[in-house]
Design a protein around this ligand. Structure first.
Ligand code: NDP
Ligand code: ZN
Length: 352
């Protein structure tokens, strides 16, 4: 089979590999559509270290090609949602409620990290009964790709920030992840959503998902702008889906005492996250900071699939660039790296 791989840091290209072997609990799946992620770009740039000829990609909708002898609920030909994070559900970490860290910190993240990803004619899914979900009737595979990562990650930001009815919420970063943070905050009942970002297309879509006010991080520190907009009070909750290690300082300063920060941003650079002593209440401000990898798995995919197929969440606003066929995959990856002003999410449709 052919796959589109990271050949080494900074270099991508096509590779030929054997179709992966299917263990008794596993499935082998053929992609119907794939989406490119900012995390793929971080990975190519070396954020998780060097990899040789590792197939990229973790956002996908597919058709089951083979299942292992112990798989109960899926069969060849089923069209499926697949989450970017595919935990080992029998581990103690999963039993403790942290399936994304099954077998060790971040170890639920397998595609294009510890094994080949989904940008290939066939890919391997561990624990198929726990990590696949049937594609809801009538759902377009390109929409289904948003349920792999963008929806669960943005929504996890809203969960980690513990958004409550009536909260004033700051969402830092409105790329596709932050946009789903906005949508998640709105669904959880936020009354006021202040969004941080500059790309006009993202601002337009953030309004659709429920953001009321906007800040540009290019116009000075975010916290100064937030305090001005909130009469010096600050916000109840912050979702971080953009920026860097310095953004935590701005988030803490923007927050009321007792507030919560939910970070889903992937910190690709920097050694330390700085927490400002005074604004953190000299250690006693009850300002909580949570950071998490998205939860994956079947239950989450089924629920998010229902949210989309019921019409409560329209993911199509995220999809700005649609490519057709494997030949166009390199172009889709390239454009994700360049992030032109009108881009939110590029997808590649592989089969009807
Ligand atoms: P994008 O690059 O599309 O969006 C980033 C956003 O952050 C943009 O709105 C950008 O603004 C804004 N931004 C850039 N610099 C700053 C700054 N200094 N201060 C504040 N905001 C800033 O990324 P994605 O939405 O695709 O992904 C967001 C992050 O989530 C990535 O790091 C990605 O790797 C990570 N991720 C995490 C996962 C998880 O499980 N936790 C899973 C998937 C992704 P502008 O409009 O100017 O571009
Ligand atoms: Zn992703």
């Amino acid at each position: 089979m052919k796959g589109f791989a990271m050949k080494k840091i900074g270099e991508t290209g096509w590779v030929e590999k054997e179709i992966p072997a299917c263990g008794p609990l596993d499935a082998i799946v053929k992609p119907l559509a794939v989406a490119i992620c900012t995390s793929d770009i971080h990975t190519i740039a070396g954020a998780i270290g060097d990899r040789k000829d590792m197939i990229l990609g973790h956002e996908v909708c597919g058709e089951v090609y083979e299942v292992g002898s112990l798989v109960k609920d899926f069969k060849k030909g089923d069209r499926v949602l697949v989450t970017a994070i595919t935990p080992d559900w029998s581990t103690v970490e999963a039993q403790a409620g942290y399936s994304m860290h099954s077998g060790g910190m971040l170890n639920g993240w397998k595609f294009s990290n510890v094994k080949d990803g989904v940008f290939s004619e066939y890919f391997h899914v561990n624990d198929a009964d726990g990590n696949l979900a049937l594609l809801p009737e009538g759902m377009d595979p390109i929409d289904a790709c948003m349920i792999s990562d963008m929806v669960p990650t943005g929504f996890h930001g809203a969960e980690l920030a513990d958004i409550q009815y009536g909260d004033t919420v700051l969402v830092i970063g409105i790329g596709p992840v932050g946009l789903m943070g906005v949508a998640g905050a709105a669904l959880r009942g936020a009354s006021r959503i202040i969004a941080v970002g500059t790309r006009p297309k993202c601002v337009e879509v953030a309004k659709i998902y429920g953001a009321n006010e906007f800040i540009s991080y290019k116009n000075g520190p975010i916290d100064e702008q937030v305090l001005k907009m909130t009469n010096g009070k600050g916000v109840d909750k912050v979702i971080i889906a953009g920026g860097g290690v310095e953004t935590f300082s701005e988030a803490v300063k923007s927050l009321k005492a007792g507030g919560k920060i939910g970070n889903v941003n992937y910190l690709g650079e920097g050694d330390n996250v700085l927490i400002p002593r005074i604004e953190w209440g000299v250690g006693m401000g009850h300002k909580a900071i949570f950071g998490g990898l998205m939860p994956g798995g079947r239950l989450r995919a089924e629920k998010l699939g229902s949210l989309v197929s019921s019409g409560r969440l329209n993911v199509r606003h995220l999809i700005t660039h649609v490519y057709e066929g494997w030949d166009q995959l390199p172009e889709a990856v390239k454009i994700m790296g360049e992030k032109p002003a009108d881009l939110i999410k590029p997808v590649v449709r592989l089969e009807k």
